[in-house]
Design a protein. Structure first.
Length: 166
């Protein structure tokens, strides 16, 4: 699962990130536990440390497509996100070590990853329509009612591939 891109210390870049629950336990089948994840994602957006482009909280893993704002780097964000969610879930070990990530540098690649994220609950047999899944950004994209997500067309893709942090 662990794939840390060479440019993981790049700031102001868009990343596709997948974090998995240890042992693939379905911790986030509980709506209360899943809410902890969405609250954490919202927290970083409100602090203007990230721009959330898309997400899906699956029963045993989480997909996010987000832009990190300087000086935040991907390893720091993942560590803070996992620490916050673990503490909020009572402190017991939740996350598998590491994460999968890719730098997303083009609008085409953003749309591809967003489609993948939104269709994940359909592929898993949880819903028939991506917008029917309450724990993803598909509903925001379908309705145009932006709450937690910044639509991909409003994200400055010129920032992806910015200079690495010093």
């Amino acid at each position: 699962m662990r794939r840390v891109p060479q440019d993981r210390f790049t700031t102001n870049a868009v990343f596709f990130v997948t974090m998995t629950v240890e042992g693939r336990r379905e911790v986030f089948r509980s709506i209360e536990a899943a809410q902890v994840v969405t609250d954490s994602l919202t927290f970083f957006c409100r602090r203007r440390e990230t721009e959330m482009i898309g997400y899906a909280v699956m029963p045993d893993h989480v997909h996010v497509l987000l832009r990190l704002r300087p000086p935040l780097t991907l390893p720091n964000w993942v560590r803070r996100f996992k620490t916050f969610t673990t503490r909020s879930l009572g402190g017991c070990h939740v996350w598998q070590s590491g994460y999968w990530s890719e730098v997303v540098a083009t609008e085409w690649f953003v749309r591809e990853k967003l489609t993948y994220i939104h269709n994940n609950p359909v592929r898993a047999g949880l819903v028939d329509d991506p917008a029917a899944y309450p724990l993803s950004s598909a509903r925001e994209y379908e309705s145009g009612a932006w709450n937690m997500v910044t639509p991909y067309w409003d994200v400055d893709m010129e920032c992806s591939g910015a200079e690495p942090a010093a």
